[in-house]
Every structure is written in C-alpha cells, then in structure tokens.
Design a binder for this molecule. Structure first.
Ligand code: NIG
Ligand code: FE
Length: 411
C-alpha cells in the first residue's frame, strides 16, 4: 500500500532531472501539469504526472486549486551567525556604503565579534529558528557557510553548529568553509591571514563540503582567491567564490577557469567573463535580494548570462548585513522584477539548478526521488513570484511526511 496520494493538483511543477545544470534556454522549459497526481511510498515518489485513479494510499490530500512542486533549494546562506546589525540601517540612510562600513570595522567584522562571543548552543538556537523559518517557507535543502569566526576555534564552532542542524533535522545540507570572508582586526596582513586559512583547510575538511572566499576590493584579490581555490582543490574541496559583488575584479572568470562548482553574486561581472559561461557548468548563483537590500540600481545581468548559455541559480544569501531575509519566495519575486527572469526560469533556478550549485540530490520529484514536496496556496506557479513578501507554502512534505501545515485559522 502507498503512503500518500496527492490528488486533483491544479498545477504540478516538475523540473527536469538532469546530471548537469540546465543552461541558457533550457531554463525556460518547465513541465507544469494541469490536474496532476503524486504518489508516495516509503518516503519516495512512486508516481508524479497527469491525473490517474490507479493508485490507492493510506492518506490522501486533496490539492484542488493548489500548486505542487519539489521543495525549494537555498544554495547560498550565511545561516550560522551571532547577533544582528539593525544599527547599520542608520549608517546606510546617511549614505555610508557597505564596504565603508566594513572598512570602519563594522559590517562582517561586527558579526564576527558577535559570533565569537556566542556559545555554540546560542549559535545553534538562533540558526535553528532561522532554519525552521526557511523550512516553513518551503525550503528543504540548504547550503550554510562559516565565515564569521575568522579563526580556527570559531570557524569550527560555526561548522559544528551547521552539522548539528543537519543531524537534528536530517536535511539535505551542505556546509561551506568561508574562512577568507574578511580580514580580522588582529591579522598582521591579508597575506598572513589568508595563509592561516589555507593552513586550516585539512582540518576543516572533516566538517565542510566546499571552500569559499570573498573576492572583493579591500578584502581578497583575484590572485589571493586563485591561491586559496587551488589550495582547497588540492585538499579535495569543491570551490565557490563570492565574486564581482561590488567591483568587477574578474571573479567569475577565475571561477570558470578553476572549474568552481559555483560563482556567486556576479553583479559587476564583465562581458568577457560572462561569455566564458557558455563552455562551463559552473553555476552562476545570483542573489538579487542582496542587490535590493544594498539599495543598488544595477542587478546581475541574468538575461545576458542566459544568452551566453550560462547555468544560473537563485538563492537568498541570507546573512545579517547585506540580505536579511531567509524567505526564498521573496527573492523569487525580486528575480522576476529585477533580473527579468520568467516564472519557469525562476522555478528551475530555485530547484534543480540550485541543487546542482551545491551538489545535492534535490529539486526534482520524479519517480524514485525523495518525496520532498511543497503544496502551495496559489492558483498557478506564476503566482508565487508575483504575490510577493508572503509565505505561500501551505504544506511542506519531507520524505513523504507532512512536517508543516499552514491552514490559516485563528485560535
Ligand atoms: O554574500 N559579501 C560577503 N558576504 C556576505 C555578506 C556578509 C555580511 O555582510 O555579513 C554576502 O553578501
Ligand atoms: Fe554570501
């Protein structure tokens, strides 16, 4: 007997299962079935497709008028951090820029202080709440970075918290070592600090899947990023890079040359680097919520990247400074409005391609896949990036079990 039957689905969103990321025009191709059925047994999809009465199950959910999709994948977050930085909003109102705040010892460095001060349990509790919020918004696969410790003890503390969350909730999580996220106040020089982070790589390997670096003016240069990425690859890490977020240093080109699994931000990437996407499976992880929150006019050139046959994904970049939201649905709306992506492109970018960006088996609900599913209170799949700032996830189903149920009612 099957465990769960989801019947009368108004729109069943079925991203294509592939072994490489979707590229260019492929992102606009998305199967959306009107009047669909999904069948689950032992936590796995037995059937997903057009309506059928062939199956019986112990439990049936009537999804009349609803959208059903794979659970979302958030491929770039700074989930584990201490404190918050609402005081920076005043500085921003006064016109102080993100990099100026960092130069003055605020920004990332103020979160470093708060993270160092927090105990492991305090960090866990805070991140747990943020992670549960993400799950309530339909996300069941998450990448989580360190990068607010900037020393061995505190980087490992963050990564341990990330692992504990994965164990507690048995989630598809990937953990990223972002030791070179900023240069701490006590460092002698950038070069000395970078070397310290490179020397940490073998020890961090036990906790982290990826190694990441912030390549930006006043933080780490292209040469330093290359040195770090190559050292990390030698240690067996797949690499990622925060690239061209503010200044066009050439981080996208470097990522592609190094065969990085993803290059993230890419707001200021050059045309020459974007052209290289054509022959590469490096996923361009775009974070339009960050551009929005930093109040910038110019967004990453998603359309240009797709024209170059690039692979793109969309993620929140959830962090306490440059993008203070862990609601991926909100970022889907910003992607529609500011990156000019179509609903199909956005859905592929937060499911199958986001999964490729973090090397996780998620983002599709075809036969044999894990039954990680969201039932959305929405009449069609275009509605979710359209009606913004609201949580449309009504039920979140993990391994075939309903773990979130948001039937709105008052007590
Ligand atoms: O991806 N740009 C670097 N790192 C984060 C921001 C971190 C912070 O401001 O705390 C980002 O935007
Ligand atoms: Fe980031």
């Amino acid at each position: 007997m099957n465990d769960l039957l989801i019947q009368n689905i108004k729109a069943l969103v079925l991203p294509k299962k592939t072994d490489r990321p979707l590229k260019g025009k492929e992102l606009d191709e998305l199967e959306v079935i009107e009047n669909g059925t999904v069948v689950v047994k032992d936590g796995k999809i037995v059937y997903s497709g057009k309506h059928t009465d062939e199956y019986e199950a112990k439990e049936t959910i009537d999804a009349t008028g609803k959208v059903v999709s794979p659970a979302l994948v958030d491929a770039h977050t700074h989930l584990i951090h201490g404190g918050s930085r609402e005081h920076e909003m005043t500085l921003k109102r006064q016109g102080v820029s993100y990099l100026e705040i960092l130069e003055q010892g605020g920004g990332i460095l103020s979160t470093v202080e708060a993270t160092r001060e927090a105990t492991e349990d305090q960090l866990f509790e805070k991140a747990e709440h943020d992670l549960l919020t993400m799950i309530h918004h339909g996300v069941l696969a998450v990448e989580s970075k360190s990068g607010y410790g900037l020393d061995k003890e505190n980087e490992l503390k963050q990564l341990r918290v990330s692992r504990r969350l994965q164990e507690k909730y048995n989630l598809d999580m990937r953990h990223t070592f972002l030791g070179p996220h900023a240069v701490p106040k006590e460092a002698e020089s950038n070069a000395q600090f970078l070397q310290e982070m490179i020397d940490l790589l073998p020890e961090v390997k036990e906790y982290a899947d990826f190694a990441d670096i912030f390549c930006e003016t006043g933080v780490f240069s292209i040469e330093e990023s290359k040195r770090y990425m190559e050292a990390a690859q030698k240690e067996g890490f797949k690499v990622k890079i925060h690239a061209d977020e503010i200044d066009p240093l050439g981080g996208l080109g470097l990522a592609i040359d190094e065969g990085a699994i993803s290059a993230d931000h890419l707001v200021a990437s050059s045309d020459e680097d974007k052209k290289k996407l054509k022959d590469s499976d490096t996923v361009a992880v775009l974070l339009p919520g960050t551009t929005f929150y930093l109040g910038k006019e110019s967004y990453a050139d998603a359309r240009g990247m797709l024209e170059q046959n690039g692979a793109i994904a969309i993620a929140t970049d959830y962090n306490p400074g440059s993008c203070v939201t862990n609601n991926l649905q909100m970022v889907m709306a910003i992607a529609a409005l500011k990156l000019k992506l179509s609903p199909n492109e956005i859905w592929n970018a937060v499911t199958v391609n986001a999964a490729k960006a973090i090397d996780v088996d998620a983002g599709t609900i075809n036969e044999g896949d894990k039954a990680n599913i969201v039932i959305w209170h929405a009449p069609n799949h275009e509605y979710i990036p359209y009606h913004y700032g609201i949580n449309h996830a009504e039920k979140v189903i993990k391994d075939g079990k309903v773990i979130v149920d948001h039937q709105l009612q008052l007590s």
